[in-house]
Design a protein around this ligand. Sequence first.
Ligand SMILES: Cc1ncc(COP(=O)(O)O)c(C=O)c1O
Length: 471
Amino acid sequence: MMVIRNMAASKRKLQLLTSRIIGARTMGAVPQKSPPASSEELMRLERDYSAHNYHPIPMVFSQAKGACVWDPEGNKYIDFLSAYSAVNQGHCHPKVMKALIEQAQRLTLSSRAFYNDKFPILAEYLTQMFGYDMVLPMNTGAEGVETALKLARKWGYEKKRIPKDEALVVSCCGCFHGRTLGAISMSCDNDATRGFGPLVPGHLKVDFGDVSALEKIFKDHGEQICAFLFEPIQGEAGVILPPDGYLKSVRDLCSRHNILMIADEIQTGIARTGKMLACEWENVRPDVVILGKALGAGVIPVSAVLADKEIMLCIKPGEHGSTFGGNPLASAVAIAALDVIKEEGLIERAAKLGQELRDQLVKIQLRFPQIIKEVRGRGLLNAIDLNNKALSPVSAYDLCIKLKERGILAKPTHDTIIRLAPPLCISLEELNEASKAINDVLERDLPKMQEQKPKVETSTLQPCDRCGRQL
Ligand SMILES: Cc1ncc(COP(=O)(O)O)c(C=O)c1O
């Protein structure tokens, strides 16, 4: 009897195991049909199976080289976003690809539980190139920002002697520093913060570009403030440049109040604005610099925080890190990415072609003064600011769709701003093509769209939940 019961139990166990294996196979099964090839089908798959955390322009990247991109149907486009300034060196740069492939065949990951033979080379290269004692490697930009915030708090407690858990960080209205909780806690973007509270405490806001307001905050709370975090040019806010002399005044105020000046150069750095770092426009040396995006040449995520020993050594073994930060594959790519910037004169190229692009855009503005409010930027980080009322009911997004149909890939920031930030290797002919497309969209497509699109109330600006300003 006992034997029979045992046999029955074993049979049930076997059945359960078999059903689990079969179930697992069914769940993980690769679809048997051939992989989807058309743009339409790929976009449908993404809509059906991926979280809806982006609102992409309907164009599928399938292949890219330099400043050009092709979709699966073979249509060619010129890239004017560069993956939010991550592809400064141009798509699939041969030198970066060679470094990637050679390193991938040798060693990809050691973790920093051990040393590897590539990260130390990058560490020396980066610190010498940017003139800081040390680097802390991470992967994405947001992680770089988190690292800088933690470093600043640690320095604040250890060196500035801020009382326990009272450290404050000041950031700017309209800033963008990424999507992690720490980074959105600096933010003024209702979409980024609503529904995600409670945010990280210990934070004050100040208007970007307003020296007197910053001075007042430093005077009122300076003893508790460990850092001022800012973008030298606000990218996501719509390429907002501070007034001349701002960065110098910030440097001066931070030094006077013993507050760390932290420059988020994730979007503005690595030659994008016509200097290696945008802070160089005012010959200013921040205490902490955060790099990301183009440090990996659009190939692999690499971010880095640079600082001197006095600050960096506040972080001790075990207090911060990342499994992939400083991995040999990313290090090899970053070394090649920086070599390309130097060898191909991309700093000078960004400065020269950026001026050319703005000159062309200003000519278009003269033709459509009621539509284009302002053309602004530095190097190849530029924006066209459109007049909401004159554009209505058409949005900057609608214009970007039309630009795409004319072979130019750009993305709006906010409802009325189009950012233009091509890879720094773009040719003059490609720049001319883009200017012509922008002109044609405003001349030919816009009037038709305005006729066809139903009129809606133009949206009024929403006040920021955090600072109450209209942003
Ligand atoms: C200034 C700035 N900081 C941080 C980030 C976040 O970088 P990532 O998307 O790699 O996390 C971005 C991204 O756009 C950025 O522009």
